[in-house]
Design a binder for this molecule. Structure first.
Ligand SMILES: Cc1ncc(COP(=O)(O)O)c(C=O)c1O
Length: 483
């Protein structure tokens, strides 16, 4: 396969006025000639020196062009026999499957990477994200990380960050833990996955609150556990119901700080009863502390992990609400008896996410930005919630403040799922309340109105859209403009 070089087959035109470097121009000319067959496999390219002289460029420029083509497997160096055009496989057409693969979370998310609409859950105030500070800390972390010697990183997360989180939890959530009990994750869902892997409770039953974050129920099923719904009242989860329905459950997933979605705080008696059950049955309590200290009415209640004398609570935290889901960072605090097990599972199956982001977050907490940011967010969300509340009918519609949202109940029989599906056409994205219930068909319908991104200028328009969405009932739900 030795074909001679035929200069007539390749027309070089070097243009020094172009912004494209000369090396790239030579590479491109030769690439095109190889791909369209003018240069056949085996053709020997001119030596660097000959082509450089012909084109009036340096020998190094031609060498760099040949190296680029070698990297693309279009030519190869044949030693003393020079550089030759490589044999190529005829490209095989790639068959694109025609079936539609459904995207995940269809019932919970209206789509991915969309601009958040008023009332949408799950996105903290975008206008209050500390972008400047974060960009500075991240750049610094990126530089430090790039210069660091290459050695395996701790799968539990960077020691600096785990120490900062442990120190911060002592202040904000009353938790006393060793940094090696803290394992970094990419958020709540990942923390739950890590926990379920570490506990190995496949095939067992698990209590879930009713209503609860739908992700928890579904996640348990995917992980091979059987969720048992346990009702929630004004004091939180009905532990007595749980004990009757599934006394030997392997675990309970609860949101004791601010129940999702009702917002109630688990009462001291219920906390004690839940911990006593877990200690008695050697069950685990998975504490989803998704809002952490972000409690709009004063100081948040301490976490359950703070009261856990028997080492049965696995505390799952996230920075999705307190800073942003774009960080993709959360953590688990494992009880002492499970800390080594969690470390092993992280090491083999679930290592901590991106180191640069972890280092930036360690500085964000360590330099005092985190607590300052939390204080600012609480004040901002309180203001946004009150602005919305002033526009909603207090007597009829507003059942409760729930976490960072206001819950508006709708009359029985209202299809809240259909309303929520239609809402984005009107420029808003409230969540349907019934899907949080274990039996949506029997549940109280309603809309969850998240306030995080409800800036003052948006309130009137968003409330008008809400009134239009719920039609006849709008008159009782949303007050007139002047209110
Ligand atoms: C009850 C509850 N837990 C946890 C989360 C946070 O999940 P993640 O950290 O995976 O973003 C949310 C977010 O909406 C939530 O509502």
């Amino acid at each position: 396969m030795n074909a001679p070089w035929d200069p007539g087959r390749v027309a070089f035109s070097i243009d020094r006025s172009q912004s494209t470097p000369i090396t790239a121009q030579i590479t491109s000319t030769l690439r095109t000639a190889i791909l369209d067959g003018r240069l056949r496999p085996g053709t020997r390219l001119p030596s660097w020196l000959d082509l450089a002289a012909q084109l009036g460029v340096s020998r190094g420029t031609v060498k760099a062009a040949y190296e680029a083509l070698t990297d693309e497997f279009l030519v190869f160096s044949a030693g003393a026999a020079g550089t030759r055009v490589a044999e190529r496989q005829a490209p095989r057409p790639v068959a694109v499957p025609t079936i539609d693969i459904p995207r995940p979370l269809q019932d919970l998310e209206r789509g991915f990477s969309l601009k958040p609409l008023p009332f949408q859950m799950g996105v903290p105030a975008q206008d209050a994200f500390p972008a400047k500070i974060w960009a500075r800390l991240r750049t610094r972390a990126c530089r430090a990380n790039a210069m660091a010697p290459l050695s395996p990183t701790d799968p539990r997360g960077e020691p600096e960050l785990r120490a900062q989180i442990a120190a911060n939890l002592a202040i904000t959530r009353g938790i006393s833990c060793h940094p090696d009990q803290v394992i970094l994750t990419s958020g709540y869902k990942n923390g739950l996955a890590l926990t379920l892997l570490a506990l190995g409770a496949h095939g067992r039953t698990a209590w879930v609150e009713d209503p609860c974050y739908p992700v928890a129920r579904q996640a348990l099923e995917i992980a091979g556990l059987k969720p048992v719904p346990v009702p929630v009242d004004a004091k939180g989860i009905r532990v007595d119901h749980g004990v009757r329905a599934a006394p030997d459950a392997a675990l309970a997933i609860v949101t004791p700080g601010q129940q999702a979605p009702t917002g109630v705080t688990l009462s001291p008696e219920r906390r004690a009863a839940l911990l006593a059950w877990a200690a008695r049955e050697e069950a685990w309590v998975i504490e989803d502390d998704y809002l952490g200290e972000l409690q709009l009415g004063g100081r948040a209640a301490p976490s359950m992990a703070a009261d856990d004398r028997s080492g049965r609570v696995i505390h799952v935290g996230t920075f999705s609400k307190t800073i942003s889901p774009t960080l993709g960072l959360g953590f688990v605090v494992a009880p002492l008896s499970l800390a080594a097990r969690f470390g092993e599972v992280a090491g083999y199956l679930n290592p901590a996410p991106n180191v640069t982001t972890q280092l930036a977050l360690a500085d964000f907490i360590g330099d005092g930005h985190f607590l300052r940011h939390l204080r600012h967010m609480k004040a901002l969300y309180r203001e946004r919630r009150d602005d919305l509340h002033a526009r909603l009918d207090k007597d009829i519609a507003v059942e409760a403040f729930a976490g960072l949202a206001v819950i508006a109940h709708l009359p029985k029989g209202t299809d809240d799922l259909a309303l929520a599906k239609r809402a984005p056409d009107l420029g808003i994205a409230p969540a349907p309340l019934s899907v949080w219930s274990a039996r949506p068909a029997d549940a109280q319908p309603g809309l969850v109105l998240c306030v995080t991104n409800l800036r003052k200028p948006l309130v009137d328009k968003a409330c008008d859209a809400l009134a239009a969405l719920i039609g006849d009932r709008g008159a009782t739900l949303v007050r007139a403009q002047a209110a």
